[in-house]
Design a protein around this ligand. Structure first.
Ligand code: HEC
Ligand code: HEC
Length: 206
């Protein structure tokens, strides 16, 4: 949920701006490196392969803690990082990964927080004035802090998972709007985002 806002559900991102996560994850696997070597006819001793995989794993773990040059730090607990790591291996087709998946129990607010920070925050500011129908028609995007006051839980879930019209202009009229539909989010996940925004109203950091 944290990563897919940028890297998509498949992990393949949107190159060249957002790199795919698949190759850096595959590079952490001794089995994958060994197989790649065999295919290309190259040779490498076992110790070197293990060392290479170890270095790639250290790089990936560093990124999961600190982010990258253009990637914000993910802000995950150690248990979450361990679970994400194993999930990334499965997503990338690392042999045996499906047998070592870890489950972490997450409060609903935490699920909502990940969705809001990774997916909604790319367009919506945290806080600011609640725009009028006319300023929305002119291009304003309502801040995250205004959403729970603007719409009900049901309207919110519909806007996110199926798309919904919005009132714009003078006189106010109903339009389809410009926000994309987020088909990868379930209704429960969209509801978690609403609950998070209601319980922890965003404040401006600027
Ligand atoms: C806000 C957008 C954003 C989010 C969220 C995000 N990333 Fe990234 N990621 C990027 C961008 C942009 C790059 C390429 C530039 C860079 O390295 O900073 C990148 C690069 C990467 C790379 C390196 C790719 C390569 O070719 O070396 C990996 C691996 C990666 N991300 C994994 C993750 C994981 C795992 C998560 C979730 C925990 C995540 N990212 C969340 C934007 C994001
Ligand atoms: C690509 C930009 C973009 C992203 C990402 C985005 N939104 Fe929006 N959102 C908009 C725009 C633009 C509007 C103004 C209305 C419209 O054009 O549909 C809007 C309006 C809304 C509204 C309607 C408010 C009203 O008064 O009807 C809700 C609710 C909302 N967004 C929730 C979300 C949530 C939750 C997320 C994250 C899952 C999200 N948005 C992600 C662009 C975005």
């Amino acid at each position: 949920m944290n990563c897919q806002g940028c890297h998509r559900e498949s992990g393949r991102g949107a190159p060249p701006e957002i790199n795919s996560v698949i190759d850096p994850v595959r590079a952490t696997s001794v089995a994958v490196i060994t197989e790649r070597m065999k295919k290309s006819g190259g040779e490498m001793n076992k110790a070197d392969v293990i060392e290479l995989a170890k270095q790639s794993k250290a790089l990936l773990l560093l990124r999961l803690h600190k982010g990258g040059q253009d990637m914000p730090p993910p802000v995950l607990r150690e248990a979450e990082i361990a679970a994400v790591f194993d999930y990334l291996e499965q997503l990338s087709g690392v042999p045996g990964a499906e047998k070592k998946q870890l489950a972490v129990k997450e409060p609903i607010y935490r699920v909502g927080e990940q969705i809001v920070k990774a997916t909604c925050h790319t367009c919506h500011d945290a806080a600011g004035p609640n725009p009028s129908p006319q300023t929305i028609l002119d291009g304003a995007i309502p801040p995250l802090s205004s959403l729970t006051a603007r719409v009900s839980l049901a309207e919110f879930v519909r806007k996110v998972t199926k798309g919904a019209p919005i009132t714009m202009g003078t006189p106010p009229m109903s339009y389809r709007g410009r926000m994309p539909v987020f088909g990868q989010l379930s209704e429960d996940e969209a509801a978690a985002a609403y609950q998070y925004l209601g319980a922890y109203p965003p404040i401006s950091r600027r």
